[in-house]
Structures are given as structure tokens and as C-alpha cells.
Ligand binder design. Structure first.
Ligand code: ZN
Length: 136
């Protein structure tokens, strides 16, 4: 089994934003010598996340962020964290900091409507995404 690690940067433009990174992940997987295996898409941040969802209709990421704002508002009585970004930490933990995607024939084995998103919850910032591609 071969293991390759890669990383790239993502520049978010607003406080809450879902950025489609499928093409970057697909490109790194295509450049690796791995035909069958998996890729872990990992985000080493505490106020951002990785998720898989639909991007055929851009209303879907919009509606996800709208729902998150209602569930976890930026300002809320009772928050103690002094940075003022408690909502971003909560959203990061809810979504999780990684996703694992199968590789088949050197391609991401995603569903027709699935895309990989970097989720920014405390932007705008420059962020890092780490990939671990493993297989044969
Ligand atoms: Zn914080």
C-alpha cells in the first residue's frame, strides 16, 4: 500500500462560507499513482470543517448555512469563549474536520450530486486542507 500526503490553501471570503474543493481533491488523486483506495480530506482548524453535500443546486449550501445560523447564532447569551467565535467552534465540531472518500479507477467515487466542501465558519481567512491518499 502506498500513502501520499498533500496540502493546499483555501481563501474564504466571508464569515460563513461553503467552498467546493472537489476539483482540487480530484486533481491530487488523479496525479497520485493510486487507482484503488481512499482519500482523507482533513482540515487542521477548530473553526472550519469538511463536509460532503450537493453542489448541483447552489441553494443547498446556502440553505445549510442559513440553518446553521439559526441553530448556532454568532452572538448568544451564555457563551464564555473570549474570542467571540463560539458559534464557529460549535459548527466545526458538529460537521467534523474530515471526510473519507473511496477511490475507484483513479477517480473519486462520489455520488452524482455529491461535492466536497471546505466549510468556513470564522472567515475570511486563508486556510489549509490536508489530503492523505492511500491505496494501490
Ligand atoms: Zn475561538
Amino acid at each position: 500500500m502506498k500513502i501520499v500526503q498533500e496540502e493546499f490553501r483555501v481563501n474564504s471570503k466571508s464569515r460563513n462560507q461553503m467552498i467546493d474543493i472537489t476539483s482540487q481533491v480530484r486533481s491530487f488523486v488523479g496525479q497520485s499513482d493510486i487507482s484503488y483506495g481512499d482519500v482523507i480530506v482533513y482540515c487542521p482548524h477548530t473553526t472550519a470543517a469538511i463536509t460532503i453535500n450537493e453542489n448541483a443546486d447552489p441553494s443547498v449550501p446556502h440553505d445549510i448555512l442559513l440553518t446553521m445560523e439559526e441553530l448556532m447564532p454568532h452572538h448568544r447569551p451564555g457563551y464564555r469563549h473570549s474570542e467571540g467565535n463560539s458559534d464557529a467552534h460549535c459548527k466545526s465540531s458538529l460537521f467534523g474536520c474530515s471526510e473519507q472518500i473511496m477511490i475507484k479507477d483513479k477517480s473519486l467515487n462520489l455520488g452524482t450530486w455529491q461535492a466536497v466542501f471546505f466549510c468556513e465558519f470564522d472567515g475570511p481567512r486563508t486556510r489549509k486542507v490536508v489530503l492523505q491518499i492511500r491505496g494501490e
